[in-house]
Design a binder for this molecule. Structure first.
Ligand code: UDX
Length: 437
């Protein structure tokens, strides 16, 4: 059956969810408080870099299945389901999640809900949030108990958002007895036979943070081993390859380097720790503090290597930085390890020139103090050290022989372990990595 639904919050998650639900044939109204963003979206202009999403947006706008607006009253009248896709960033004063956007969205919508409907939370939240929001919804909505709530966490990765939404590994439905499960199964029916776990609110909320904490732990695990590899003269890339052959371990998320960043993993592990402490079980997640510390240490380590390569000091040194996005195929610079390292080096007196294939506009806004280049060669011109900080394909396939003459001294820090040391050394480069001899 085709449904009428709204998607509240037009960020990464919201735009993707709205466009993908329209692609399945549903009628979708996307909502945001930012009028300019809404106007641009209605013109088919995507405010983020995400493969395949702009095409999907345009196709569904043109087909009349998708539009964007700002009015919660209109949303309440339009939809039988309302998806909550608001950001839950880290609070400024602690590691806990800031739920103000989510609370504000429910407060704005609920007073207009005068007929039975289902609110579906997709944001990543501290366990207990759904229970609280459900009570608030019943209290504020004229429909009372007729306005139900479900929690349906989203696992999409930036750069693969469309594919992850249209072909997810699993669907998790946190529901109370009622219409919610049947409605959501029907809505997602066109996706085909996707493993679906039906559970309570708390478990559904925890699945998401537990998954992200596991991924973060896996990355920090291999990065901790990388520290030992460096000290012992071993090679973490070969080591990870060998570990990965064990199916129980697996090779994915075992790439050592500069560590994780982005809008999810760092803030999610901190919020998880903060919530566990509130619940009196802080000790259980104590290890996540180490996961965070190991991850941040990668950035310091990269700066130390770069300084060493620059001759012991950054004064009067030109440093070329390749990468500003927190990962390739994204223009997202939230908690970007690359941009953090670039900033730290600039603060120590280096002249830093940053190039990124997609994230330059965002980087310029966030860190106007750095210099930005229009290409790899532009960044590398006259540099004493080249830092590869985000593994975009155009950086991993660089030709060291062709690049070397552009630098003052051909020295490279391969902070993502994606270059072939032998090829680069043969081409005359001083090569360093995070975790390889
Ligand atoms: C993550 C989760 O993967 C996704 O399921 C969730 O919904 C949101 O958070 P995302 O933030 O898009 O997605 O990025 P992801 O691809 O998971 O990478 C996170 C970070 O880890 C990146 O900075 C990446 O460079 C780093 N990483 C990843 C490593 O350092 N090593 C690895 O082996 C893998």
């Amino acid at each position: 059956m085709r449904h009428r639904l709204t998607v509240i919050g037009s960020g990464y998650l919201g735009i993707t969810h709205a466009a993908c639900m329209a692609e399945l044939g549903h009628q979708v109204l996307g909502l945001d408080i930012d009028e300019d963003r809404v106007r641009r979206l209605n013109q088919g202009e995507l405010p983020i870099h995400e493969q395949g999403l702009e095409e999907l947006l345009r196709r569904n706008l043109a087909a009349g299945r998708l539009r964007f607006g700002t009015d919660p009253r209109e949303a309440a009248a339009f939809g039988d389901l309302h998806f909550l896709c608001l950001g839950t960033p880290q609070r400024k004063d602690s590691g806990a999640a800031d739920l103000s956007q989510l609370d504000a969205a429910v407060d704005a919508l609920a007073p207009h809900l005068d007929r039975p409907c289902l609110l579906v939370g997709k944001s990543t939240v501290p366990v207990g949030t759904a229970e609280r929001l459900a009570a608030r919804l019943t209290a504020l909505a004229p429909a009372g108990e007729g306005a139900e709530l479900a929690w349906n966490p989203e696992f999409l990765r930036e750069g693969h958002a469309v594919q992850d939404t249209l072909a997810p590994d699993r669907i998790v439905l946190g529901v109370r007895p009622g219409r919610a499960e049947a409605l959501l199964r029907d809505l997602y029916g066109p996706l085909g036979d996707i493993p679906t776990v039906v559970t309570d609110y708390a478990t559904a909320e925890l699945v998401k943070v537990a998954a992200n904490a596991f991924l973060a732990t896996k990355i920090s695990y291999i990065n901790a081993i990388a520290e030992v590899c460096e000290a012992a003269g071993a090679d973490v890339v070969r080591l990870a390859e060998a570990l990965g052959h064990d199916d129980r371990i697996g090779r994915r998320f075992l790439s050592a380097g500069l560590g994780f960043g982005g809008g999810c993993l760092p803030k999610d592990i901190r919020a998880f720790v903060a919530r566990a402490e509130e619940l009196g079980t802080g000790e259980s997640l104590e290890f996540l503090r180490q996961v965070d510390a190991i991850n941040l240490r990668r950035r310091t380590r990269a700066v130390d290597h770069a300084r060493d390569l620059a001759g012991g000091s950054f004064t009067n040194r030109r440093i070329a930085v390749l990468g500003a996005a927190f990962k390739p195929d994204s223009d997202d610079i939230r908690d970007s390890p690359a941009l953090d390292v670039a900033t730290a080096i600039a603060r120590e007196g280096a002249h830093v020139s940053v190039y990124d294939p997609a994230a330059l506009d965002n980087a310029r806004k966030a860190r106007p103090d750095l210099d930005y280049a229009t290409s790899t060669i532009d960044a590398a011109r006259g540099a004493h050290v080249l830092l590869l900080l985000t593994e975009w394909p155009e950086f991993t396939t660089l030709d060291p022989t062709a690049l070397a003459p552009h630098l003052a001294t051909p020295a490279v820090l391969d902070a993502r372990n994606v270059l072939d040391p032998r090829t680069w050394r043969t081409a005359g480069w001083t090569y360093r990595s995070l975790g390889r001899r």
